[in-house]
Design a protein around this ligand. Structure first.
Ligand SMILES: *Cc1c(COP(=O)(O)O)cnc(C)c1O
Length: 438
């Protein structure tokens, strides 16, 4: 090992581990030659993240939409511990276990009736790969293998693996980096309606055009319902989803909803599709599924898809990750769902929504702000110019909050247990940082 990289057990390493981190570990979307600061965390509980120097930060991110019950929750800790004493992991090929069956039953219970079949994947991106593969394999099984294109709207985000990337926004998703490797799919204009009163038929024109001209080669339409997350934190009206469902039906195209970010109450409904009362053929869930404890995702589908795949050549669905349905992850997911469903989550999300609305409204007056929008436990301040990622996180940390902006977006989706006082501090810090540092 080099002198920069002493053995992990040595005292020198313990002194200097952050240098090792900076010089050797990739962080999400990071540079190894011009890294941005990564703050060292020593612990976290409730809605607070503790840094090694003793500072405490109010968490505005719920670790990317996932830690909905906060950190170090006794019920979630117990679920992992109890399962750990039974079995941490066994292969899901040829073996099965109660944690997977219980969680599968719960997911079928809380999602719309037609979704009856569950594939447990190991991350959100993989659940999107699985959804795409289900759609393609379904059409292959029907003898329509020419139906191998996906149709989506711009400004979407569906994950970082190649299949998922191919349906991310072509510009924001950097498709030019992987030209010739990424499959070419079809993109329509994203809707810019905020609510049903603003509905104009023109919102649908490009989606309709693609389906009119090319439905014989389209396997599925894939959408993040109501909220487009990492593609730009955009909200759009439910009517678009109702129309998209009707168009898919008319053209016999499958509909995939990616609720990895929006699921489990985040938008004020248990699932964002409930805002529109629309049911997809395939549904992706992830992020908050385990309450932020472990990586786990799920792809649900209806009988049409499940039977279509299973009753025709090759007769099996061609996917099976090593850590499929990991028992620790399934157990903590079940405990997280029980916590959520036993709580008055709807009233609580409405509380957070109104605190975000009140707390962020001063930002509307600022000239550097283009838009302020709030839906459920999601608050977004969209700026005119991109933020400086080398200075802005520090401005938030100095104010005792954890907010991680991207592009021109300063946004929060806090854990559901955050208090009114903490929300006031969080939104106050956001307004102050936007006013003084952007
Ligand atoms: C985060 C996210 C994904 C990818 O999930 P990972 O667990 O990061 O692979 C896919 N779709 C949406 C909408 C997401 O927000």
């Amino acid at each position: 090992m080099s002198i920069h990289c002493p053995g992990p057990a040595s005292a020198a390493f313990e002194q200097d581990w952050r240098r090792f981190d900076r010089e050797h570990l990739w962080h999400p979307y990071s540079s190894l030659t011009q890294p941005i600061t990564a703050y060292p965390v020593s612990g976290a509980s409730g809605s607070r993240i503790r840094l090694e120097d003793g500072r405490e930060l109010i968490d505005g991110m719920a670790s990317w939409w996932s830690a909905i019950h906060g950190y170090n929750h006794p019920a979630l800790n117990a679920a992992v511990r109890d399962q750990l004493d039974a079995v941490a992991h066994v292969m899901f090929g040829g073996l099965t276990h109660r944690p997977a069956a219980r969680l599968g039953a719960t997911l079928i219970d809380i999602t719309p009736e037609p979704l009856q079949y569950v594939f447990f994947a190991d991350s959100g991106s993989v659940s999107v790969e699985v959804a795409i593969k289900m759609a393609l394999q379904y059409w292959f099984a029907q003898g329509h293998s020419q139906r191998n294109k996906l149709l989506t709207i711009r400004a979407g985000y569906h994950g970082d693996t190649f299949g998922a990337m191919s349906v991310c926004d072509p510009v924001g998703g950097m498709h030019h980096l992987f030209t010739g490797v990424l499959p070419q799919h079809l993109f329509a204009r994203m809707p810019d309606c905020r609510n049903d009163e603003e509905w104009r038929e023109s919102q649908l024109a490009e989606l309709r055009q693609h389906l009119d001209h090319a439905s014989h080669e389209i396997a599925a339409v894939i959408l993040e319902p109501i909220v487009q997350g990492a593609g730009g934190m955009r909200f759009y009206c439910p009517e678009f989803l109702r129309r998209a469902r009707a168009l898919c039906d008319a053209h016999d195209v499958l509909l995939i909803f990616d609720e990895i970010a929006t699921g489990f109450g985040r938008t004020g409904e248990l699932f964002a599709m409930h805002h529109a009362d629309v049911v997809p053929d395939i549904l992706c869930l992830g992020k908050a599924l385990t309450g932020g404890y472990m990586t786990l995702a799920a792809t649900l589908c209806n009988a049409r898809v499940a039977e279509g795949i299973s009753e025709h050549d090759p007769g099996v669905f061609m996917h099976g990750p090593t850590f499929m349905a990991n028992p620790l992850a399934c157990s903590v997911a079940q405990a997280s769902l029980e916590l959520l469903l036993e709580s008055d989550w709807k009233t609580n999300i409405a509380r957070i929504e109104s605190a975000l609305e009140t707390g962020l409204s001063p930002c509307r007056e600022l000239e550097q702000v283009r838009d302020v929008r709030v839906l459920g436990a999601i608050g977004v301040v969209e700026l005119i110019h991109p933020v400086d990622m080398h200075t802005l996180p520090e401005a938030f940390v100095q104010r005792g909050v954890w907010v991680r902006p991207f592009r021109n977006l300063v946004y929060v989706m806090p854990p559901y247990i955050i208090s009114d006082d903490e929300l006031a501090t969080l939104t106050g810090a956001m307004c102050e940082v936007v006013r003084e540092c952007c």
